[in-house]
Design a protein. Sequence first.
Length: 143
Amino acid sequence: MTQIDFYTHVEDRLRVACTLAAKACRQGLRVFVCCPDRDTAQRFDRMLWTTPAIGFTPHCGPRDPLAAVTPVIVDHEGIDPPHDEVLLNLAEEAPACYSRFRRLVEIVSRDEADRAQARDRFRHYRDRGYEIRTHDLGGSGER
């Protein structure tokens, strides 16, 4: 069953997503990043070129000829993922393919609209019997 982790109360969703994608890559895992739109995918792509600060995280789009061998795939079109290791969701809704992945990562900012959408996704997963772990990155412990 898919392991689901919610990282909550984050200041910068894309920065945290880059950090988590880079960490997974260093651990030898492949990551499929589901972005809500082209602009977010492009910003995420640019950020990966400097994550970590003294390097970069190898990545490409799902249609790239090297997608099959690249650790991080950044998608905004809903392309069929080339692997089933880690799905990092930055979209507003639960991706249709999430259950085929070994791990799903959701990142939730402090923005109330983002938190409301995340609560809907949380309920969606919970109502389907998934165990969900939460990690409060805000430091205050408030919920």
